[in-house]
Every structure is written in C-alpha cells, then in structure tokens.
Design a protein around this ligand. Sequence first.
Ligand code: ZN
Length: 473
Amino acid sequence: MADLPDKAANFIEWYLAVVEAANLSDKRYPVKGMNVWTPYGMRARRNLDRVLTTEIEATGSEAVEFPALIPETEFAKEKEHIKGFDAQVFWVTKGGLSTLDVPLVLRPTSETAIYPIFALWVRSHRDLPLNVYQIVNTFRYETKTTRPFVRVREIHFFEEHTCQLDEAAATARVQSNLGAFRRMAAAFALPYLAVRRPEWDKFAGAHYTIAFDLPLGGARVLQLGSVHHYRDNFAVPYGIHYEGIDGTERTVHQTTFGLSERLLGAIVGAHGDQRGVIFPTAVAPYEVVVIPIPSASTTQDVPSAARAVVEELQRAGRRVHLDAGDERPGAKYYRWELAGVPLRIEVGARELERGQLTAADRLGRKQAIARASLTTEIGRLLAAFDQELAARAQAAFRGAIAPAATLAELKDSERVRAVGWCGDEACGHAIETAIDGALLGTPEEPLDLPVPKACVHCGRTEGVRLALAGQPM
Ligand code: ZN
C-alpha cells in the first residue's frame, strides 16, 4: 500500500499514480496514448456519458453516428481547418494490398465527415434548426507526453454539430450550449471559467470559440471542452444552403460543442486527495459499497443482512457493490476510498442488534443510520455528500484566481491571474510570455472580480477588459 505522491507539491505525479491505483485505465497497450478502458473505468465513463446525453437531449439534440474515416478531398475543403489539424491526423492510405485513390483521414473531429451530408439533409427553412450529436472515438497524433484521459491519441469524444437559420440563431444555440454545460458541470461538482479564446487560439475554422477552463492548482488550468460559433465558414465550402421563407437561397450558420473523456480526468484532478479519487455521485462507478464486518455473534447473520442491504438499495435504483471478500475491513476501507466510492455502509452485528448500520462518506463523515429507513437515509447522505463536494470545489476555485496589476506578478504565479487587457495581440503575447502559459481569454460569464482600469502591458485604458491568464495542462 504505497502512499500517493503529494498532490499539492507534485500534481502530475499524484494524478498518474491515483489513476493507476484506482484502476481506471490501463496504459500498457502497445500504442502510445491509446489506453484501455478497464471495467471500473468504463462504469465511470458510462455514467459520465449519461449526464452528457441527458442534458444535450433536453436542449433538442438528437443522437447520430457518422463514419470514422474521412476522404482527404472532404477534409481539405475548409482551408483554416486543415491548416489547424494537418500535423495531428492519422492517415489510412492502403486498402488491403492496394494504395487508395483518395487517402482517408481517421477523424480528429467530425466537421468534415458530417457537413457533406448536412448539405444533403438541409433543403428548406423547415429543416432547421438541425441539432445532432455523437459520442465516438476520435484520433489525434499527439506528440507531447500523453496522460490518461487528459492527453491521449484515441479520444472518447462528445461532439454536437448544428445548422441554424442565421447568425443570431447560431448565437442563441451557443448560449443554449453554455446552459447545458453549466448543468453538466454541476452534476460533476466542477466549477470552471467560461472564456472567449483570443483570435490566435480559437478553433481552426471558427468565428469564435468559448472554452471551459478548470483551475487545478498553481497557475495550471485544464480545458474541459468548448463551444464554437462557425458563422457560415464551413457552410459555404460544404454547400449547406436552404430555401428561406421568402424563397431565396440562404446559407446556414453553424455551431459545435465538444467535450471528452478529459472530464473524467478533471473529476479525478479536482476532487481527489491523498487517499485517492473522490467521485461525485452522478459519475461514481458504485454510489455505495457495502462491507460486512465479521463477527462471532450467534444472534445476527451478518452476511445475509449485508446481502439484504444491497438488494434493497438495488431495488431503489442505486449502483451498489457488496464487498464480501475475506480481507480485513480496514483493507477494504482503504481500497474503496482509493477508488473514490462516495458512501460506505458497514454492516456489523452490534449495530444490527440496535437496528442500525454505519455509514461513512468519502469526505470522512461517519454516522449511524436506522436500518428501517435505509433507502431514504442513503438518498439524504448522498445528496449531502454531493453538496459538500461542490462547496469544497467552489472554495478551491475562488482561491485559485487572483488579480495581477503588473507583468512581474505573473511570473512564477501560484494562481490563475486576472489582468487588464486592451485587446491587442502583441499585449496578449506579452502576457503569455510573462506567465509562461496562455492568455485564456475574456470571461463569458460574470466573475466576482474587479475590471482593471488599464492594460497590464501597454497601460492603455481605452477598451480595457478583464482577461485571464494561466498555464494549460
Ligand atoms: Zn495593451
């Protein structure tokens, strides 16, 4: 039972160790950055996907699935897009023994797979809006150090693609996506910054990009996902036109919304501690683990009582696991804390005699509960656990961002920094050099921070806005 590296001092080492110790992913597959989803990791992933699916479908999006291979001729149609992805794609150039006439790209993202078909589907204003999403694997030839969930070459990816009547309708879809992400992040107990990326850092081919960044200690941030407004940048080259109400031909405006398995890495990174992972209930592979405490009692049948507890919770729709193995209870507590299970129920002879069970949550709070009101008590304890997890994450989030009035303050920063920025690209790059990271962008949702009076680089006061700077992971 090796101790985990110190999270505050060695975040990356801690992260890699905790993912491995909790058995969420197996990185021994013989292709760099292509990891194996373990049974336990898959349980978390399916719960995560359920949250994404529920929230996006509530905003009127429908599931589709497009092929993984994209002809080079389609991939190359939007010039900025291919420039942005050229160095990151895997190619399929042979079919059996023959060289393919048109090489195929293994999708790094699916705009260029989907939009030729959108051009066939959209004919009239009656076909709009068209809101569809898919959850598929995408592939990127990552050259930096790969890390489970956070930077991989085969990515479990959520992508919504939409076609709207005009620019205003596309802007409204972006706002709808921001609302959907707010509800998803609440289920994961993840606070985040929604920022509009600067021009030089927007998605290849986008009119603008809004990204969600999670502070993870120091100046470090992890991008959780993003929403893009494309205007008609893709619709023109892909010919996505429709007949308007007035009979004239118009071009759709488009949006996309992308998320990935990185959310799982964010949950591990944001909530975990020195004892292991801490899963919010919505994502936890098991919400409850039940552990019988062996006893010499002749009046209480502990194993049967433990099974009855499991069955009752399962009937109530809870994801519950019975750990009836022959290890000592202490060893089981340790293992399930490492694995991040929100709630542990201990079934012991003495408690049973009093009509009670012991409940311990992953935040270290322990109490006796009445056996007779098991289901209600578990519901209450899990809700209280989620609330406290969110409160702790929110407190860490507030402490993670601090204003900086000079470029010198950005150097060796222990926080994500809020600065004044005039909007000039040169000033933006000066800020990036000072923090040895990135100008993340300007907040898209209100932040409880004063708007600075002058640009932190040039000192100009005209057009100054609040901007955030940090070090992307
Ligand atoms: Zn400036």
